[in-house]
Design a protein. Structure first.
Ligand code: DQA
Length: 146
């Protein structure tokens, strides 16, 4: 049995759908999860989809993924721009890891111009709204498929 693909979500993403929809879109996190589960199922993979507002919990989830995941996709939200702890946890992985964002941080405020996460993952997909999750998922599925 192939290990699941972990999809981790950082702070405030539990509010998707109502949180600044002009930036993040109308889809809820539950909508995004359902679309990811469907895409992964078609390709023969399971998804472990989680969200936390707490930095240390995200570190724990990344550590868990070391043994339990086949690949990891993460939208670290605001921790993207601040978290050395998440960077360090991602550096311990020897599975494919992809950073995703709904918005395009490069087009936004100056404090979003640094990603501590981008330096610790294989690649980054941003700016495609909820479709960033699908594109990230497709990237890891392509890597995992024999
Ligand atoms: C985000 C971008 C981050 O800068 C922001 O703090 C978020 C969401 C995105 O998906 O566009 O919370 O990660």
């Amino acid at each position: 049995m192939t290990k699941p693909i972990y999809i981790l979500n950082g702070p405030n993403l539990n509010l998707l759908g109502t949180r600044e929809p002009e930036i993040y879109g109308a889809d809820t996190l539950a909508d995004i999860k359902a679309a990811c589960v469907a895409t992964a199922k078609t390709a023969g993979f399971a998804i472990e989809f989680r969200q936390s507002n707490i930095e240390g919990e995200l570190v724990d989830m990344i550590q868990e993924a070391r043994a339990k995941a086949s690949a990891l996709i993460i939208n670290p939200a605001a921790y993207t721009h601040t978290s050395v702890a998440i960077h360090d946890a991602l550096k311990t992985l020897d599975i494919p890891a992809v950073e995703i964002h709904l918005s395009q941080p490069a087009k936004r405020e100056s404090f979003r111009q640094t990603s501590y996460v981008g330096q610790a993952v294989m690649g980054t997909i941003s700016g495609f709204g909820a479709n960033s999750y699908q594109l990230g998922l497709q990237a890891v599925i392509n890597l995992l498929k024999p």
